[in-house]
Write a protein that binds this ligand. Structure first.
Ligand code: NAD
Ligand code: UDP
Length: 346
């Protein structure tokens, strides 16, 4: 049996907020990634102490580098497939640890599957030991290539168990089961967010997802790579809306049993990849061209969240339209590329 590692974090008492502010300790697994690093800034602004646990496989130290001197921030480099604990109290755990981009999660499929399953088990054990509330970042991929639109939480999905996306989809489905059973049989206080495609600042320019690919290609004058004929659809949520939703779900009171069931979080605005490419060209002032590459196997042809449950339970709905959210995202990627050019020019 693998030995459980124990980590200790020493927060600087000078950083404590005046009374009335949060005073809570929140652990974010996967906090050096895109969504996690946006969430951590929000938690620190709220007055929380934050512990980021990440193995830096797809996350970037740059995303959290400026925070390491923050008096209420602690950093642990660790792979969540290995059991671990952290000395002292923990009130909330966000489990965001898992590669999310198809080329990244397909690079080491067994490790991706272990991350979802063993990572969930280790974090659920930690939550139980600390009596912490724990939120799982599940995904719209639990619906696979859906044969209904929009997808409500009651839809059970159309997932291939033996395809290139299975390591991610089935790992996330198994993690939902682990969360559900930990709640049902051990009373662990859980939340399950089914996240739909999310984009915004702090995405890795080399991540391989469609929004980062199209924007980086447009601003560097390269052709935009449209997979297949580009008529497949996705619904894109801006990261500030997603962080709002994750926090609202985490903090929603246990008024009804429904709070323990999965909740779709995403923006219902649905776009074809051709429409997204045209919008990116227009907003960047680039000319293209578009090149068509083969559609990857099992690539879902349509995706759109039914967010009725999130609206009823949390009073949440996204505020940022795609066109509006692309502008700061484009500005962020321009800065990233400039910084990279400066580094390579020495
Ligand atoms: P990301 O790849 O930017 O971030 C994931 C983070 O987890 C990275 O920092 C990575 O280094 C870390 N990580 C991966 N495996 C780990 C392991 N074994 N141990 C410790 N850390 C590990 O992805 P993201 O877009 O920020 O996604 C965050 C979470 O949200 C993921 O769980 C993902 O499945 C889920 N999600 C994201 C989207 C989206 O569109 N962004 C959609 C659905 C679900
Ligand atoms: N896609 C594309 N060009 C790219 C990257 C992706 O046309 O350079 C397509 C991909 O085939 C899929 C959609 O964009 O249909 C969303 O892909 P992404 O990898 O961002 O996320 P996911 O497939 O996991 O929703």
């Amino acid at each position: 049996m693998t030995k459980r590692k124990t980590f200790s974090i020493r927060f600087d008492p000078q950083g404590e907020q005046p009374s009335g502010r949060s005073g809570r300790t929140v652990l974010v697994a996967g906090g050096a990634g895109f969504i996690g690093s946006n969430l951590i800034r929000r938690l620190l602004d709220h007055g929380d102490r934050v512990i980021c646990v990440d193995n830096l496989s797809t996350g970037r130290f740059e995303n959290i580098g400026t925070l390491v001197t923050h008096p209420r921030f602690g950093w642990i480099q660790h792979d969540v497939i290995e059991p671990f604990t952290v000395a002292g109290p923990i009130d909330r755990i966000y489990n965001l640890a898992c590669p999310a981009s198809p080329p990244k999660y397909q690079a080491d499929p067994v490790h991706t599957f272990k991350t979802s399953v063993l990572g969930a088990m280790n974090l659920l054990e930690l939550a139980e030991a600390k009596r912490a509330r724990i939120l799982q970042s599940s995904t719209s991929e639990v619906y696979g290539d859906p044969d209904c639109s929009p997808q409500p939480e009651s839809y059970r999905g159309n997932v291939n168990t033996v395809g290139p996306r299975s390591c991610y989809d089935e790992g996330k489905r198994a993690a939902e089961t682990l969360f559900y059973e930990s709640h049902r049989t051990r009373r662990v206080d859980i939340r399950i967010a089914r996240i739909f495609n999310t984009y915004g600042p702090r995405m890795d320019p080399e991540d391989g997802r469609v929004v980062s690919n199209f924007i980086v290609q447009a601003i560097s004058g390269a052709p935009l790579t449209v997979y297949g004929d580009g008529t497949q659809t996705r619904s894109f949520c801006y990261v500030s809306d997603m962080v709002d939703a994750l926090q609202m779900l985490m903090e929603a009171p246990e008024a009804t049993q429904a709070i323990y069931a999965p909740v779709n979080l995403g923006n219902p605005g649905e776009f074809t990849m051709l429409e997204l490419a045209q919008m990116v060209l227009e907003l960047t002032g680039a000319r293209g061209p578009l090149v068509h590459l083969p559609l990857p196997k099992d690539d879902p042809l349509q995706r759109r969240p039914d967010i009725t449950r999130a609206h009823n339970l949390l009073g949440w709905a996204p505020k940022v339209a795609l066109r509006e959210g692309l502008l700061p995202t484009i500005a962020y990627f321009r800065q990233e590329l400039l910084a990279q050019q400066r580094i390579s020019a020495g």
